[in-house]
Design a protein around this ligand. Structure first.
Ligand SMILES: Nc1ncnc2c1ncn2[C@@H]1O[C@H](COP(=O)(O)OP(=O)(O)OP(=O)(O)O)[C@@H](O)[C@H]1O
Length: 894
C-alpha cells in the first residue's frame, strides 16, 4: 500500500511537473517569442531609419525616384518615412523604446506580468513624454530648411505641439516646459535618479581627470589642498550610508521590481563589468543606466552638444581652485543667460546660436503696415473737410472730369514671403552684430512698396549708429537702398525700411479719387501720393503755406510737381486759383500753356520770372491794403465778405479807388469788389533763377514767403540742386514745408529736410514729406502722372476757357535795360530814373502806380525804381499799409 501510495504520489508529482513545465513553457514561448518579434521589429526600424533617403517613395509622398534606395526595401522606406513624418528626429527613439522594455522584461523573468502593470504604465507615460517633448523641441529649435525630413525636424506631431506650446508659453516659456517634460519623462521611463546620475558623472569625470593629469590641487592631497573635495567625499559617504540603510529615492523605493542596486551599491555602475551584475535577481540597473545615455547618443548632433555641455564645464572645474570654480560657474551661468536672452548672446556659442536662431524664427511677428502704420493726421496735413451743407451751397462749376486720368493698375506690389522675411530678419540682426550692434527684429511690417523691420536695440545703442550703416545693410541685404527710421511715433523701436522686390505704382487718379481729396474744402489741396501703408496723402498748400521740393535729376520731382498742379486743376476754377508757372528748362511746365488759370504765359526767361515775383509782391501789398480797409484778416475772410455782400444784393465798392491815379475825373464811380483768387507760383528749377537773377530773387521770395500767406499767395519751389547757395538760410527760414525726393548725398538731404534720409530713398517718386513745424518726415510714395494725362487735362481746361493774363508787363522789365540783367544791377541806371525821382519828390507821392502812369512804364519797372529810391534814401520803406513817405526835398525850380 505504502508502495502504491508512493507510486501515486510520484505520478501526481510528475503530472504537476508536466503541467507546470507546460504552462512555463507556454509562457516562456510567448514571452521569448514576443520578445524576439519586438527586438526584430526594433532592429528593422533602426535599419530603415539608417537607410532613409528622402527621395524614396514613402508615406508622405510618392517619391522622386522609382526605386527605393533604402536597404530595407519599400516597406522599410515607407516605415521610416511614416515614423519620421510623425515624430521627426524623435523617431530614432522608437526602436530604442521597443528594445529597452524588451530587455527589461527578459531580465525580470520571475516578475509576474500583473505585478509589473503599474510600473509599465509609468514607463509608457514616460516614453510618450520623452517622445513628444523631444519631437517638439526639435520642431521648435531645429530648422528643416534643407528638407532632410518630410515635414519638420519634429514631424507633424512635434510641429503641432510646438505651435501650441509657443502660442501658450512663448518661445522661452515653452522651452522651459518642454525640457521639464523631457526630464520628467526620462525619469519615469528610465526610473532614473538624477542625484545619483550627477554624482556618478562627477565621479567619472573626477576619475578621468585624475587619470589623465595628476592635478596637484585635487589629486595629490585632496583633503589638504581642496577642502571642497574632502567635504564632497564626506557627503558622498553619508549618502552612500543612507542609500544602504534607507530610502534615497522615492521612485526607486516605490518600485520593488526596480529597486536599483545602484542605490545600495554605487561604485560598480561604471567600473564593474556587466557580467558581475547580470545575475543579480532584480538587476536591470546596468542596461537601464546604459539606456539612460543611449537616447542622447542617438539624438541629433546639436542635442548631443547640448547634453555634453554641462559635463564639459564640470571637467574643467574639477581641476580648478575654488575661485576658478566660482568664475567658471559664473561663465556657465552667463552662457545659459545668453541662450535665454538673445540680446546678449555670443555668436561663437553654438548653443546660443541655436537658441537665438529659433528665437528669431518664433518671435517674428508679421503685421502688415496697413495695421501697424499710423497715417498722418489731418492737422499735420492742414486738411479741413467740406461740410455737406457747404457742398450743397457751392455753385455748379465747370471742372474737367477725373476720368481723364488713367485708372490705377490692379497689379499689387510683390511682397516678400514669410520665409524671406524670417531670413532677412536674421540677416539684419547678424549684420548689425558684425558691426558690434545688438538689436532684435521684433516685428515686420510688409507694405505695398517697402517692408519695415522694427528693431529693438539693446540698451545703450544709439539709433544714429544704425543709420550710419544704412548703406552697408543695403549691400548685405542685396537691395537698392535701406532707410533707417530713427523714430517711429508711438513706438520705442527703430524702423528699417527695405524696398520690396517689385514696387506697386501709385496713380494720381487713385489719390484724387480718395475720400481725403474729395472731402477737402481747400481749393489748394494737393494729392501727393500714398504713405508706406497705402493710405492716400493729401495736403493743403494754403496751410503749408509754401513748399520747397528738392530731388536729384530723375528722382520724380517733375512728376510730383505735375501731380500737384493737376490736383489744383481738379479742385479749382480760374476764379479761385491762378497760377504763375516758371519753367527755365522750357519743357516741364510749358505743357500748361494756354490754360485759363495762368496769370501770365508760362515764364521761361529768368529775368521775366523775377518780374513775375515782383508783380506778386505788389499784388500782395495791394491785397493787404484791401484787407485792412475791409477789416478782414485773410483772403478767405475777404472773399466771404465780398460774396456775402453780393448775395445780399449790396455789392461792395473798391475802397482803394483813386480815379485821379487812373486819369479819370474825380467823380468817376468806383468799381465793385471781386473775390480774389489764390495765387500759386510754381518755379520748376529754382536754382537757375538764383544763378541768373541773384540775390534779388532771394529777397523777393523771402518777402513773399513771409507775408503772402494771408494774401493767398503761395510758392512751390522745386530744385534739383539742393545746395546751400540755392536753398539759402533766408529761403529755408521762410519756407517751412519741404518735400525731399531722392538726393545724392546726406548733405543735400540735410539742406532740404534738416536731416539725413532722402539719400536712402528709392527714386521714381519716393519722397519724404516734412510738414511745417515738424521734425519727423513722412515717407510718401509719390503719385505718378504721365505727360499724356497732363495733356488731356490741359486740353480739357483750354476748351472751358481762354487765359485772361493779369500780368502784362513782364517784357517791360527786360526792356528796361540795366534792370535785372546781372542780378545786382543798379536800378538807378534806368534812363527814366531821374524823371521818376523828380516826379516823386515834386508830388510827394511815392506810389508805384502813379510813377507807372506818369512815365507810362510797366508796373515792375516803376516798382524797381521806387525800391532804388528807397535804397538811395529818397523815400522811406513801405509802411504796414504799403505807403511810403518822401524824404528828399523837391527838386529846385529852374
Ligand atoms: N511717382 C512715380 N511713380 C513711378 N515712377 C515715377 C514716379 N515719378 C517719377 N517716376 C519715374 O521717374 C522718371 C523721372 O521722373 P521725373 O522726370 O519727374 O524726374 P525729375 O526729378 O524731374 O528729373 P529731372 O530733374 O531730370 O526732370 C519718370 O520718367 C518716371 O518714369
Amino acid at each position: 500500500m505504502a508502495h502504491s501510495g508512493e507510486t501515486n504520489n510520484t505520478e501526481s508529482n510528475t503530472r504537476e511537473l508536466k503541467d507546470a513545465s507546460f504552462s512555463d513553457l507556454l509562457s516562456r514561448v510567448v514571452k521569448e517569442g514576443g520578445l524576439i518579434v519586438i527586438i526584430g521589429f526594433a532592429v528593422f526600424l533602426l535599419l530603415a531609419l539608417t537607410g532613409y533617403d528622402n527621395r524614396d517613395p514613402g508615406w508622405s509622398h510618392l517619391g522622386y525616384q522609382p526605386e527605393a534606395r533604402n536597404f530595407t526595401g519599400y516597406v522599410g522606406a515607407w516605415l521610416a518615412d511614416l515614423s519620421l513624418s510623425v515624430f521627426g528626429l524623435a523617431a530614432w527613439l522608437i526602436p530604442l523604446m521597443l528594445f529597452l522594455p524588451a530587455l527589461r522584461f527578459m531580465l525580470r523573468s520571475h516578475v509576474a506580468l500583473l505585478d509589473g502593470i503599474p510600473f509599465m504604465m509609468l514607463r509608457i507615460t514616460g516614453a510618450i513624454l520623452v517622445l513628444l517633448s523631444l519631437a517638439t523641441l526639435a520642431a521648435t529649435h531645429l530648422s528643416n530648411a534643407d528638407g532632410q525630413l518630410p515635414f519638420s525636424m519634429g514631424g507633424l506631431v512635434g510641429q503641432a505641439v510646438s505651435d501650441l506650446a509657443v502660442s501658450l508659453f512663448s518661445l522661452i516659456g515653452s522651452s522651459v516646459v518642454l525640457w521639464t517634460a523631457l526630464l520628467f519623462g526620462l525619469t519615469l521611463l528610465l526610473e532614473l535618479s538624477w542625484s545619483q546620475l550627477l554624482e556618478q558623472l562627477g565621479k567619472a569625470v573626477f576619475g578621468l581627470g585624475t587619470k589623465l593629469k595628476p592635478a596637484p590641487r585635487v589629486t595629490a592631497a585632496p583633503e589638504e589642498s581642496n577642502p571642497y573635495a574632502s567635504e564632497d567625499e564626506e557627503k558622498r559617504n553619508l549618502l552612500r550610508a543612507a542609500a544602504r540603510h534607507g530610502p534615497s529615492d522615492s521612485l526607486i523605493q516605490a518600485d520593488p521590481a526596480a529597486v536599483s542596486p545602484r542605490s545600495a551599491r554605487r561604485e560598480p555602475v561604471f567600473s564593474q563589468p556587466a557580467a558581475e551584475t547580470g545575475n543579480q535577481p532584480f538587476d536591470d540597473s546596468l542596461p537601464e543606466f546604459k539606456a539612460g545615455s543611449a537616447p542622447l547618443i542617438s539624438a541629433p548632433d546639436e542635442l548631443i552638444k547640448t547634453a555634453q555641455k554641462p559635463s564639459a564645464v564640470t571637467s574643467t572645474t574639477m581641476e580648478m581652485s575654488p575661485e576658478d570654480v566660482f568664475q567658471a560657474g559664473g561663465q556657465a551661468a552667463s552662457r545659459i543667460s545668453d541662450t535665454v536672452d538673445p540680446e546678449f548672446s555670443h555668436g561663437s556659442d553654438p548653443l546660443a546660436g541655436i537658441d537665438s536662431e529659433a528665437a528669431d524664427r518664433k518671435s517674428l511677428k508679421v503685421v502688415p503696415l496697413s495695421e501697424a502704420h499710423t497715417p498722418m493726421k489731418d492737422s499735420e496735413l492742414g486738411l479741413d473737410h467740406i461740410t455737406p451743407a457747404a457742398r450743397k451751397r457751392q455753385p455748379r462749376r465747370k471742372i474737367p472730369s477725373m476720368d481723364l486720368l488713367d485708372a490705377p493698375e490692379l497689379k499689387q506690389g510683390h511682397c516678400y514671403s514669410d520665409e524671406q522675411l524670417e531670413q532677412m530678419s536674421r540677416l539684419l540682426e547678424s549684420k548689425l552684430k558684425d558691426f558690434g550692434i545688438v538689436a532684435e527684429v521684433v516685428e515686420v511690417n510688409p507694405g505695398p512698396v517697402i517692408t519695415r523691420f522694427e528693431m529693438q536695440p539693446a540698451p545703450g545703442v544709439k539709433a544714429s549708429r544704425i543709420t550710419n550703416l544704412a548703406r552697408d545693410l543695403a549691400r548685405s541685404m542685396a537691395v537698392m537702398s535701406v532707410r533707417v527710421v530713427e523714430v517711429i511715433a508711438g513706438k520705442s523701436v527703430i524702423g528699417i525700411e527695405i524696398p520690396n522686390e517689385e514696387r506697386q505704382m501709385v496713380r494720381l487718379s487713385e489719390v484724387l479719387n480718395s475720400k481725403p481729396y474729395k472731402e477737402a474744402s481747400s481749393k489748394l489741396t494737393l494729392g501727393l501720393g500714398n504713405d508706406i501703408a497705402g493710405n492716400p496723402v493729401v495736403a493743403n498748400l494754403a496751410k503749408m503755406p509754401h513748399l520747397l521740393v528738392a530731388g536729384t535729376t530723375g528722382s520724380g520731382k517733375s512728376v510730383g510737381v505735375n501731380a500737384m498742379l493737376l490736383s489744383l486743376l481738379f479742385k479749382a476754377t480760374p476764379d479761385e486759383v491762378r497760377l504763375m508757372l516758371v519753367d527755365p528748362k522750357m519743357l516741364e511746365l510749358s505743357i500748361y500753356e494756354g490754360i485759363p488759370h495762368l496769370l501770365a504765359p508760362v515764364i521761361t526767361d529768368m529775368k521775366e520770372a523775377a518780374g513775375g515775383l515782383r508783380w506778386c509782391v505788389a499784388e500782395m501789398e495791394r491785397r493787404y491794403k484791401l484787407m485792412s480797409k475791409m477789416g478782414v484778416r485773410n483772403i478767405a475772410g475777404y472773399n466771404d465778405k465780398v460774396t456775402e455782400a453780393r448775395e445780399r444784393g449790396a455789392p461792395l465798392l473798391d475802397p482803394l479807388w483813386n480815379p485821379e491815379e487812373e486819369g479819370l475825373p474825380s467823380d468817376a464811380p468806383a468799381p465793385y469788389l471781386e473775390t480774389l483768387p489764390y495765387i500759386v507760383v510754381c518755379i520748376d528749377e529754382f536754382a537757375d533763377m538764383m544763378m541768373v537773377v541773384g540775390k534779388k530773387v532771394e529777397e523777393l521770395i523771402a518777402r513773399i514767403a513771409q507775408k503772402a500767406r494771408a494774401a493767398g499767395i503761395h510758392l512751390i519751389l522745386a530744385t534739383q540742386r539742393p545746395s546751400v547757395d540755392v536753398i539759402t538760410g533766408l529761403i529755408k527760414a521762410n519756407i517751412p514745408t519741404r518735400i525731399g525726393f531722392q538726393v545724392s548725398s546726406k548733405i543735400d538731404s540735410r539742406t532740404v529736410l534738416d536731416q539725413s534720409g532722402a539719400e536712402h530713398l528709392l527714386g521714381n517718386g519716393d519722397m519724404l514729406y516734412l510738414p511745417a513745424g515738424s521734425s519727423l518726415p513722412n515717407r510718401v510714395h509719390g503719385a505718378f502722372v504721365s505727360d499724356d494725362e497732363v495733356h488731356r487735362v490741359v486740353e480739357a481746361w483750354k476748351k472751358i476757357g481762354a487765359p485772361d493774363y493779369l500780368i502784362t508787363d513782364l517784357s517791360d522789365v527786360v526792356e528796361g535795360g540795366g534792370g535785372f540783367a546781372g542780378g545786382d544791377s543798379d536800378d538807378e541806371q534806368d534812363a527814366l530814373y531821374d524823371d521818376a525821382v523828380a516826379f516823386v519828390t515834386e508830388t510827394r507821392k511815392a506810389s508805384i502806380s502813379s510813377v507807372q502812369r506818369k512815365l507810362k512804364i510797366g508796373y515792375n519797372r516803376a516798382a524797381r525804381m521806387i525800391e532804388s529810391m528807397e535804397a538811395a534814401g529818397v523815400v522811406t520803406q513801405a509802411g504796414h499799409n504799403g505807403a511810403r513817405e518822401v524824404l528828399a526835398p523837391p527838386p529846385p525850380k529852374d
